[in-house]
Every structure is written in C-alpha cells, then in structure tokens.
Design a protein around this ligand. Structure first.
Ligand SMILES: N=CN[C@@H](CCC(=O)O)C(=O)O
Ligand SMILES: [Mn+2]
Ligand SMILES: [Mn+2]
Length: 321
C-alpha cells in the first residue's frame, strides 16, 4: 500500500530479560496485511511519519521521525500488561512526496480497519494534521456500524488548530476541517480543547472557536489546583457524546517537559494534570482511540519529550483494558 511502511523490528530493543519484563519483549510486529481480529484485547501502535503539515504551517520540520523515536523509547519501558492483552506495532503511514492529504486518507483507512478489527489504536505523530485523518477513520468506522453514534474530540494543546484552510490544509487546520465536515453533515462539532494559551492563539482563532462553539480551558486554569472544576467540565462533555477521541499535542506541555516540538510552550501544562484527565476519560469507558502529535526529535533534549510521550502511552496502554 502506498503511504504505508511495515513495522521495523530494529526499533524494539532494550534490556533482555527473557521474561517479558520489558515492552520490546512483549510487542509483536504485525504488518497490516497479517492483522486479524484478535482473540485477546489488543492495542495497535501506528505511526504517522509526516511533517508536511508543519512545513506548510511555517513550523520547524523533523516530526517525520517522531513515531519511531517514541516507539523506541516505549520499548525500553517495563511491561506490566496482563498476558491477555496483545501489544502490536502495525507500522507507519509515511508521507515522502509532500502529498499530506493522501497520507491523511491512508491514515483514515487504516484507523477504520484497526477499529473494525477490534483494536485500540494509539497513533503517533507526526504533525497535528494527523487529527483530521484519525477523526475521519473513527467516523467512517462508526458510520458503517449505523446508529448515528457521536464523537467528542478532547484535544490537549496550547493551540486551537482552528485555522481556516481557505488557502491550504496544514497542521494548524485539522479541527476547522472537521468542524466544516460536521456542518456539511448537519451534526454537532463536539470539541474540547485543554490548555489554550492566549499568547499562542490570535484574535481570529478565538473568534473562530466562539463561532464553532468550541469548548476550551485556558492554561491559567488547566492546572492541578483546579482539578475538581476541570473534571466536572470533562465529565459534562463526555456525558454528551457516545465516544471520545483524545488527541495530545506535545507542544501543549511546558517546554521544561517537552522541548522536542515545533512550537514550544514555556508556559505550558504539566504531565500531572494530563494524567488526571486521562484517568477521568478512560474511566468513562468511552475512549475509542488516541494519538500523540508533534514529536520532533531534532529539538529534543536528552530524549525527554520522547520519554514523556512514551510514558503517556504507557499509562493509556496499562489502563485501557
Ligand atoms: N499545530 C500547531 N499549530 C500552531 C503553531 C503555532 C506556531 O507556529 O507558533 C498554530 O498553527 O497555531
Ligand atoms: Mn499545539
Ligand atoms: Mn496542535
């Protein structure tokens, strides 16, 4: 398949225990052609190796290497997964010819197929344009099942990513594109954005958020001391939808935690508040799929952004089933 690379076994190295103590010993590298409906509960790791959207959005490229770096960091972590949980690396969507829309389409098709095969997808990026393909994949899967099931998007991010795509699609436009698709279908655009920075979103973006009825919490209050209020907001949002798609943009974290991104946030959020929110969302039983975006190894320091992404994955993988 064009825009698809099979899993790379070489990424999965680390301490050898011969007792599945480490995730690189637990993971199976399964090309999509060999993926079947599992007998066990299964987590599918998929890369989105594309930074074309970041380049178009005047950002710093390098996120094309993000997925492999996160997988490699994750593999070195301890495995506490139950034996009845399968962990599979199913490879990566790649975009080497600049055709980001084709890569998004390929991503959408693979996500649909993963969900149909009863996998829990964790997608690793790559630019946040990933969210458009990821959302479409979830939507197509649910539409095929019928019943008009609704999707709520929870985006942990410093940015709305609601830029208008009148000139082009890029890493700053995915949720605007989704909102426009919702309008065409006459369905609600259910979007909650956590960690918005006033110093990183212009007036037009705030106006667009208002016009599209986007829900958001500013970075000033997206902090542990406001956990009770934040949890109430999340619960109210989740209650209103059938399924939740979570997308985590690493550039929303303070650059003290996540320097390896295109647009860093010195005044960003902490991993602790994100983990608390993930606990609430997973606890709702509605989380259908998740991704981690904008990992850029070129600007990382001592692999700490990759480790943060891997730790978030570690938490989700160990709590989803
Ligand atoms: N995907 C992120 N996009 C941000 C980048 C901001 C920046 O380059 O400073 C945005 O378009 O708002
Ligand atoms: Mn961002
Ligand atoms: Mn983003």
């Amino acid at each position: 398949m064009k825009y698809y690379d099979s899993p790379k076994i070489d990424l999965w190295t680390g301490r050898v225990s011969n007792k599945w103590l480490y995730l690189h010993e637990k993971v199976h590298c399964t090309p999509l052609t060999e993926l079947s409906e599992p007998h066990k509960k299964s987590i599918a790791l998929l890369g989105y190796a594309c930074d074309e959207g970041i380049r178009r959005n005047q950002g710093r490229v390098g996120a094309v290497n993000g997925p492999d770096t996160i997988k490699s960091s994750f593999g070195k972590m301890p495995n506490h997964l139950a034996s009845h949980v399968l962990l599979q690396d199913v490879g990566s969507i790649s975009c080497t010819d600049g055709d980001m829309e084709a890569a998004q389409e390929a991503l959408s098709n693979v996500v649909t197929s993963l969900l149909t095969k009863k996998q829990f997808p964790i997608v690793l990026g790559g630019g946040h344009d990933m969210a458009y393909g990821h959302y479409k994949g979830i939507k197509n899967h649910l539409d095929a099942k019928g019943g008009n099931q609704t999707i709520g998007i929870i985006n942990f991010d410093a940015h709305f990513d609601l830029r208008k795509n009148t000139e082009q699609n890029n890493s700053g436009t995915p949720f605007y594109q989704i909102a426009k698709d919702c309008q065409k279908e006459d369905i609600d655009f259910n979007y909650l954005c956590l960690g918005i920075r006033k110093d990183a979103n212009d007036r037009i973006l705030f106006e667009t958020a208002r016009d599209l009825k986007a829900n958001y919490i500013l970075i000033d209050t997206f902090q542990i001391p406001f956990l009770e209020e934040i949890t109430t907001w999340i619960n109210a949002f989740v209650k209103n939808v059938d399924h939740v798609y979570v997308t985590i943009d690493l550039d929303g974290f303070s650059s003290a935690y996540a320097p390896g991104v295109s647009a860093a946030s010195p005044m960003g959020f902490t991993p602790h508040i994100v983990l608390e929110c993930l606990k609430t969302i997973i606890g709702s039983g509605k989380l259908i799929s998740l991704d981690i975006a904008e990992m850029n190894p070129t600007y990382d320091i001592d692999g700490q952004t990759a480790k943060l992404a891997a730790s978030l994955m570690h938490y989700v993988a160990h709590n989803i089933y």
